[in-house]
Design a protein around this ligand. Structure first.
Ligand SMILES: Nc1nc2c(c(=O)[nH]1)N[C@H]1C(S)=C(S)[C@@H](COP(=O)(O)OP(=O)(O)OC[C@H]3O[C@@H](n4cnc5c(N)ncnc54)[C@H](O)[C@@H]3O)O[C@H]1N2
Ligand code: MOO
Length: 398
């Protein structure tokens, strides 16, 4: 039986890669930045007043210095050039460029006696701040040609603001990884459509599509493919025109209708047993040159194997800075889970502060367990007793 780590290595070796494309900045939220963004010039681009007050030469200040006021500087384009000579103070507003000659800004609260008549105006400065006080100096935030954002950053609204401050309107993102998700099985019917006896609603593809889209991939949910070798062989061929990766679910175990393995096992894909429960039967390889990952059909098995064998590799290809879910160390607050020699078990769980409780049964078809869980509990071959330490993967986060 193949170890989880070995199967992950085989999938890594498929070399799933994403392409970059340019999108409007405001549409880039949630996407992964495709290349590092550097500043073209320094920020701030000029010395700027951080408060409303008076721009002065620090050497002129003392106890109750009285200075003449030749003019004012406001934020915005510089209308008339003004400078500060010895003995002068220029009235200045927050955001205005500091005029030549000045090296310090005194807040208006620390001044008195100014009347807005520049022919005769004088101001009394009651404090003596340090040279450079209340000035955001040119390049004090970030210098020219420095990296503002690294490739692989998942863009949030704070990043959109920072990129806009550079004057950018478009950005390269890596969301150009196209994944076709193909559910297989004669019994499956798309949600929204009525069921005949013996049929069930197809739930694996919507689950996988939803999370991959949230990771920043472009995802296409294919129609359900029936259990016949011809349709199955035709489907990846059809997807290959578009997809960078094909993910199938179902049809990988040993039953006579489990035709995914017969259809796709053409020497370029391997169908193996991985030492885990659920999710033992797995497939991976290439079909028509396109990487393909075949997951088992049982919904919990599909969920767990998606977490282990699809999501991290798609995120890696997209250049995400974190590929795996965050984990948390907690205490098991459920009856003992018996170990399985040579096997890793994953149980659906619900974390309650520093404890975790198992959700529902261990059945890999249990929809109610899926509905009540927010994490995966990893249980080693020795099992886990109530009160023992457990590592959980927070599947709703990251
Ligand atoms: N003789 C053996 N039988 C089975 C073995 C085995 O080793 N020997 N392995 C078992 C294990 S472990 C699993 S897991 C399943 C995997 O089966 P398949 O991948 O072949 O999946 P199916 O047979 O197509 O379906 C299993 C189960 O899941 C339901 N299903 C399938 N796809 C979906 C979907 N998209 N949405 C909702 N439900 C789905 C399907 O109706 C079946 O009930 O095999 C065991 N058997
Ligand atoms: O993948 Mo299965 O869930 O081990 O029954």
């Amino acid at each position: 039986m193949r170890s989880i780590a070995e199967h992950r290595r085989r999938i890594e070796a498929l070399g799933i890669t994403a392409r970059s494309r340019s999108v409007d900045l405001t549409a880039a939220i949630g996407a992964v930045l495709g290349e590092a963004v550097r500043t073209s010039g320094p920020l701030p681009a000029f010395d700027v007043a951080a408060v409303d007050g008076f721009a002065v030469r620090q050497g002129d200040l003392g106890v109750d210095a009285e200075l003449s006021v030749p003019g004012t500087c406001v934020a915005g384009p510089i209308a008339t050039a003004i400078s500060v000579s010895p003995g002068q103070a220029v009235q200045i507003m927050t955001g205005a460029p500091v005029p030549p000659g000045a090296d310090t800004v005194v807040p208006v609260e620390d001044t008195s006696g100014f009347v807005d008549n520049f022919a005769t105006a004088r101001v009394r400065i009651r404090t003596s701040p340090k040279r450079g006080a209340n000035i955001r100096a040119r390049a004090s935030d970030i210098g020219a040609h420095e990296i503002l954002l690294h490739a692989g950053t998942t863009l949030s609204h704070n990043h959109i603001g920072a990129l806009s401050a550079l004057g950018l309107t478009r950005v390269q993102i890596r969301s150009c990884l196209r994944v076709a998700v193909v559910p297989t099985g004669n019994e499956l019917v798309r949600p929204g459509e009525p069921l005949l006896p013996g049929q069930i609603h197809e739930s694996n593809a919507p689950m996988i599509v939803a999370d991959l889209a949230r990771c920043g991939a472009e995802v296409r949910r294919e129609d359900v493919v029936g259990d016949d070798v011809e349709s199955l062989r035709a489907t990846p061929g059809r997807c290959a025109d578009w997809a960078d990766l094909i993910v199938t679910t179902g049809g990988v175990s040993a039953g006579t209708e489990d035709v995914v393995r017969s259809a796709l096992d053409d020497g370029h894909a391997e169908f193996v047993s991985v030492a885990m429960k659920p999710g033992k039967p797995q497939g991976a390889g290439r079909f028509d040159g396109v990487p393909i990952i075949s997951l088992p059909g049982n919904p919990v098995a599909a969920f767990v194997s998606y977490e282990l064998f699809v999501r991290p590799f798609v995120r890696g290809a997209l250049g995400c800075d974190t590929v795996d879910r965050p984990t948390s160390e907690v205490v098991l607050d459920s009856p003992t889970i018996a170990g399985r020699p040579g096997m890793m078990q994953f149980r659906l769980g619900r974390r309650l502060g520093s404890r975790v409780v198992v959700s529902g049964s261990a059945s890999s078809g249990s929809i109610s367990s899926m509905a009540s869980s927010d994490c995966l509990i990893a249980v080693g071959e020795g099992g886990a007793t109530r009160g023992s330490a457990a590592t959980v993967w927070m599947t709703g986060v990251g």
